[in-house]
Write a protein that binds this ligand. Structure first.
Ligand code: SF4
Length: 269
């Protein structure tokens, strides 16, 4: 693999929310997995040596990992840019300091301009108000932020989902890049076993994902395609398998994690 530029780092399976469509099947009972902080630091250093220019911390909710701030510091020190895909439900002062570091930007998901619809998707009352308040806080602090509105109406009974109104509201709140996405048939979003039809065919082309258990996948959505585990195999050896394992399909997407996979999202590298 010669064009590696981007990596998803899925540092936890734990989340305060239990979204109906979560491709990572995350929730309050999730764990930080087998990867220790020193394992993540080593992986980040290796990714930098292999040409990666940017990483996205995801989960689960990456802000629930106690060492996210130090991992972000390590990533920036390695010369990489950082995106943190967060639900923005509960952000304390230490995390705001991390978010405010040059080279860090945020991404989040949003489902409706009404609390009742948004909270029906996240399955936590009050999450809409918390996320909205922290979107405002991020903009007040001038932290780069993009948001994706995911159409989950095919799997969740919330009436006519107000996706257009949600996008309009995000724009009014000052979010400069508002994307949209469809539900992915992976994890809790899958009606049956995951299918390669859910993938775009570009998995592994310039990108790789590492899970909280150390598994390496060609994309965060291609979770059933394990290329190896960095806890027992060198990452460079694993990456040599990426191109050969990449499935092909006719659709296109630009996976960015957190359920957002919008074609008009910005490039990963
Ligand atoms: S979609 Fe994101 S916010 Fe929702 S349960 Fe999954 S990890 Fe948590």
């Amino acid at each position: 693999m010669t064009d590696l530029r981007f990596a998803w780092l899925e540092i936890t399976g734990k989340c305060q929310l239990s979204c109906t469509h979560c491709y990572a099947d995350s929730g309050p009972r999730g764990t930080h997995g087998a990867m220790r902080t020193r394992d993540w630091s080593r992986a980040i250093s290796q990714l930098a040596e292999l040409g990666v220019q940017s990483v996205q911390f995801i989960g689960g909710e990456p802000t629930l990992h106690p060492d996210l701030p130090s991992l972000v510091d390590h990533t920036l020190d390695a010369g990489l840019s950082v995106e943190i895909f967060t639900n923005l439900v509960d952000i304390g002062p230490r995390l705001w300091d991390t978010f405010s570091r040059p080279g860090v930007r945020l991404a989040t998901s949003y489902y409706s301009d009404t609390a009742s619809q948004h909270d029906a998707v996240t399955r936590r009352r009050g999450s809409h108000a918390r996320t909205q308040a922290n979107i405002v806080e991020a903009r007040t602090r001038d932290i780069p932020l993009r948001a994706g509105v995911i159409d989950v109406s095919s799997s969740t009974f919330i009436g006519q989902q107000r996706t257009r109104a949600a996008r309009d509201e995000l724009s009014r709140l000052g979010v400069s890049h508002v994307g949209s996405d469809r539900l992915r048939g992976v994890g809790r979003g899958a009606a049956s076993s995951p299918s390669p039809d859910e993938l775009c065919g570009r998995c592994g082309h310039g990108a790789v994902a590492i899970s909280a258990t150390g598994e390496v996948w060609p994309c965060v959505f291609a979770r059933w395609i394990s290329l190896g585990n960095i806890l027992d195999t060198d990452l460079s050896v694993i990456l040599s398998k990426v191109a050969a394992a990449t499935p092909a399909s006719g659709s296109s997407c630009w996976p960015q994690g957190g359920g957002s996979c919008a074609p008009n999202d910005p490039p990963r590298a």
